[in-house]
Design a protein around this ligand. Structure first.
Ligand code: BTN
Length: 238
């Protein structure tokens, strides 16, 4: 299988089955720019030790090993970059996605894609799972798939053709051009104006989301003033 629009210096490995595409790259000794795409992921991981369900052909699971030129301290911005790239790719496919800060992509209030960025000795591994053709999800999971949205079935190649160039472009924007990247995220932020409950390492917080700040943080209006949140384990709209 080949992709016409593979970014310069990137190469794609297609696997039938893997434990987790993120682990494959984190542990594997591959060069930066390696993209791994799996048909089946048997121990796919989400954030907060969740599983990422990926039956054959129903979910597109891929990871990319990156070593951006920007300082390592800025690499956490890759979460927002990957979110924006995924949303842009979905727009090019005709959907109207939104970014649910920090790393979920929603369509009509339901999750269609999730992102897990992890560091490794060799760089940052950006993992993206996108629900292509699932018809149902486990109890309590508020998710959707592209098939459920409009009945269309997308091949992995079609998705990658649209996603990889956007991911490469967004990755370049974690340094001096971060404001540009943020503007794209802000325009698609589904939380702006909503009341949310957040669970962070510093405790729990409830308030109204004003916007995303200049460092990519979520700005929460509370009775005590605006609180910037850099990282959250859970963000729930209330
Ligand atoms: C989340 O929503 O919690 C993040 C989900 C990330 C899932 C992707 S699928 C490809 C890559 N490999 C993994 O094991 N996880 C990520």
């Amino acid at each position: 299988m080949s992709i016409d629009s593979t970014p310069e210096g990137w190469s794609v490995l297609w696997l039938e089955e893997v434990d987790s595409t993120n682990d494959f790259l984190r542990l594997g000794g591959h060069p930066p720019g390696t993209v791994v795409v799996a048909k089946r992921q048997i121990r796919g991981r989400g954030r907060r030790d969740n599983r990422w369900q990926s039956e054959e052909g129903q979910s597109r699971t891929l990871s990319v090993l990156l070593r951006p030129d920007a300082p390592v301290s800025l690499w956490p911005r890759l979460s927002l970059a990957a979110g924006l790239a995924t949303a842009e790719a979905l727009e090019a496919m005709g959907y109207q996605p939104g970014v649910k800060w920090p790393n979920d992509i929603w369509i009509r209030g339901r999750k269609v894609a999730g992102i897990l960025v992890e560091s490794s000795d060799e760089g940052a591994v950006v993992g993206i799972g996108m629900n292509l053709s699932m018809r149902e999800f486990g109890p309590g999971i508020e998710a959707t798939s592209l098939l459920l949205e409009d009945g269309r079935s997308w091949s992995p190649e079609e998705v990658l053709e649209l996603l990889l160039p956007r991911l490469a472009a967004a990755t370049f924007r974690i340094g001096p051009d971060f404001e540009e990247l943020l503007e794209g995220v802000r325009q698609r932020c589904v939380l702006a104006g909503h009341h949310v409950h957040l669970r962070t390492s510093r405790g729990e917080l409830t308030g109204r989301v004003s916007q995303i700040g200049s460092k990519g943080e979520l700005m929460i209006e509370t009775p005590d003033g605006i609180v910037p949140v850099i990282q959250a384990e859970e963000v729930r709209v209330i």
